[in-house]
Design a binder for this molecule. Structure first.
Ligand code: IPM
Ligand code: MN
Length: 371
């Protein structure tokens, strides 16, 4: 398969983790005789610095003319400490999601047996957790009208949804549930918000088209507690843009690190794959950032293009790295492995499949991983 992939590595640790993801895609291309062509483009704080805009036209045009997009991270603390700043790096990502119609953000949440003790949540609670957050990505409070008054004493963010926006993502969620444990949990705040009542009405109607799938509705305040006390109850968690943003970060503690969490953002025409973690500027250039979220996003990209064998191979290589403790310091405080080493291990594992002889001692010594 030939794929042209736009690489928007962005800010902070974005470039270094995306580099590992590219390595893994190159390994897959080599083993399976695909051709993946990468083209880099600017987004975020780095784009503001170089062009004055968080999403330069050139980047948007490239994204519209590629098969898919690999995204790194966005943000810079210098904007966080200046709430008056009119231009912000994050606008680049939000505009891109909107312009490309990426309405569904899919975030798998899993407890890895080997990392079960890395989570602050009790092992008995998280063991076997396996659910997927379907977060609406083009609407809600993120994109409603925003106002502030001249004296800066009042601000508002309008939360809006229309039926079509809810319908589109809901069908994807129900279809996904049909291939899994056949349960959709709609998370909303229908006891208070009009938009949530619309979600309930629309989703309940759609559920009738999927009689094999059970629909459950849960208030977001309760859901935020249930994710921690009983995460195994979830299969597909369907929710709006803001709730999905918050709950997916919360759910990431189950896996042990946000550095493991991948995501796919899908629209009718375009697709973008990105780790859910942010720019983590403090770690930039230190070779400590966990590249697994970015690498697992590559697995989602491959699956999206029907390359299931290749996708499974990436996941298996990541699991191999985890099982052999080839992991970064977020998962093992005294780990000697950095971003690069984890990326090398995973790509080498893919390249050397079949006749791989893995020497655990070497790994522990941090010398060589594959002989
Ligand atoms: C995410 C991020 C973004 C969001 C930010 C960077 C705008 O937190 O992808 O979850 O809020 O959607
Ligand atoms: Mn987020």
């Amino acid at each position: 398969m030939n794929l042209k992939i736009a690489v928007l590595s962005g800010d902070g640790i974005g470039p270094e983790v995306t580099l590992q993801a590219k390595k893994v895609l190159q390994a897959i291309a080599f083993v399976h005789q695909h051709e993946f062509i990468f083209e880099d483009a600017l987004i975020g704080a780095i784009a503001i610095e170089k062009t004055g805009k968080p999403l330069p036209e050139q980047t948007l045009n490239l994204c519209k003319n590629t098969d898919s997009i690999l995204f790194g991270a966005i943000g810079d603390p210098k904007y966080d400490s200046d709430p008056t700043s009119k231009i912000r790096p994050e606008q680049g990502l939000l505009q891109l999601r909107k312009e490309l119609g990426l309405f569904a953000n899919i975030r798998p949440i899993k407890a890895y047996p080997k990392l079960i003790n890395s989570s602050p949540v009790k092992k008995e609670v998280i063991e076997g957790t396996d659910f997927v957050v379907f977060r609406e990505l083009n609407g809600g409070m993120y994109f409603g009208k925003k106002t502030t008054n001249d004296s800066g004493t009042y601000a508002s963010d309008l939360c809006e949804y229309n039926e079509d926006e809810i319908v589109k993502i809901s069908h994807l969620a129900f279809k996904a549930a049909q291939t899994r444990r056949k349960k959709v949990t709609l998370v909303d705040k229908a006891n208070v918000l009009e938009t949530s009542r619309l979600w309930r009405k629309v989703v309940t109607k759609i559920a009738a088209e999927y009689p094999d799938v059970t629909l459950e509705c849960m208030y977001v305040d309760n859901a935020s507690m249930q994710i921690i006390v009983n995460p195994r109850q979830f299969d597909i968690l369907l929710t709006d843009n803001l709730f999905g943003d918050i709950l997916s970060d919360e759910a990431s503690v189950i896996s042990g690190s946000i550095g493991l969490m991948s995501s796919a953002s899908l629209g009718e025409k375009y697709s973008l794959f990105e780790p859910i973690h942010g720019c983590y500027t403090e770690a930039k250039g230190k070779n400590i950032a966990n590249p697994i979220a970015s690498i697992l996003s590559v697995a989602l990209l491959l699956e999206h293009f029907g390359l299931d064998v290749e996708s499974k191979k990436v996941i298996a290589a990541v699991e191999k790295a985890i099982v052999n403790n080839v992991i970064t310091v977020d998962l093992k405080v005294d780990s000697q492995f950095g971003t690069n080493e984890v990326g090398d291990f995973i790509s080498n594992y893919i390249l050397n499949e079949g006749d791989l002889y893995f020497k655990k001692d070497f790994v522990q010594l941090g010398q060589s991983t594959i002989v």
